[in-house]
Design a protein around this ligand. Structure first.
Ligand SMILES: Nc1nc2c(ncn2[C@@H]2O[C@H](COP(=O)(O)OP(=O)(O)O)[C@@H](O)[C@H]2O)c(=O)[nH]1
Ligand SMILES: Nc1ncnc2c1ncn2[C@@H]1O[C@H](COP(=O)(O)OP(=O)(O)O)[C@@H](O)[C@H]1O
Length: 214
């Protein structure tokens, strides 16, 4: 269990971040991981090809379509979905291990995966939808990232409207204008959610000791 305060242990939470491609969820997630040792990242499996600079096992587990379907058959995923023209899924094992250690797990998954997680683990889920300031800025960021072909950029922009229509399904909304402010906003969400009473599993004993009832 992670100590939220020096003396009160708590249950780890699952922080999901979704957004249309290019809105900034990966950048925000990476910053959170660098700044907060109490967070572990869920590394998804995907059938999409690695982008320049992506490392197998760190950014994704890059697998074949056959392997992916085998993992589905073996019920290895907490959730999985077809996004754009590829398959993506969250391996169950590492998530359980991080939660059991009392740390929080950060997920970068789409609205379909978030719906599945909400069905299976609503109490532990905290969901954040990241919106771009404008469609023009979204396209500028996608192109500026220079990791996708022109065709892929066009395809992702065409889907952005559908993705953004799912914002009402999320607990929190961050419009990612200034990156540092967006990172601070998600850190504030985490800080508050970590103090929610029903996550502070060590509180009854702590208060008992405070009141000298032992
Ligand atoms: N359901 C689900 N979606 C995922 C998973 N991993 C990534 N995604 C989503 O798949 C979409 C495409 O991800 P990616 O190819 O990395 O492109 P990006 O959105 O431009 O970073 C994004 O919306 C991700 O949130 C996963 O394990 N499950
Ligand atoms: N607030 C911001 N202002 C300007 N550029 C940003 C901002 N947030 C992210 N970016 C840039 O936009 C591009 C897309 O960000 P990324 O995190 O890859 O988006 P996503 O993971 O949502 O597809 C990256 O080049 C990133 O550096």
């Amino acid at each position: 269990m992670t100590d939220t305060l020096p003396t009160v242990s708590r249950r780890g939470l699952m922080l999901v971040m979704s957004s249309p491609s290019g809105a900034g969820k990966t950048t925000i997630s990476r910053a959170l991981l660098e700044r907060d040792p109490a967070i572990g990242m869920s590394v998804s499996a995907t059938t999409r090809a690695p982008r320049p600079g992506e490392v197998d096992g760190k950014d994704y587990h890059f697998v074949t379509v056959e392997k992916f379907h085998e993992m589905v058959e073996q019920r290895e995923f907490l959730e999985h979905a077809r996004v754009f023209d590829n398959f993506y899924g969250t391996p169950r094992g590492p998530v359980d291990a991080i939660l059991r250690s009392g740390r929080d797990v950060l997920f970068d998954i789409d609205w379909q995966g978030t719906q599945q997680m909400a069905q299976n683990a609503r109490a532990d889920l905290v969901s954040v939808f990241v919106l771009p300031p404008s469609v023009e800025e979204l396209e500028r960021r996608l192109r500026g990232r220079a990791q996708d072909s022109d065709e892929v950029v066009k395809k992702r922009m065409s889907k952005a409207g559908d993705e953004m229509s799912h914002w009402p399904e999320y607990d929190y909304i961050v419009v990612n204008v200034d990156l540092d402010k967006s990172i601070a906003a998600v850190q504030a969400i985490l800080a508050a959610e970590r103090l929610k009473r029903d996550r502070l599993v060590g509180l009854p004993d702590f208060v008992t000791r405070l009141r000298g009832e032992e």
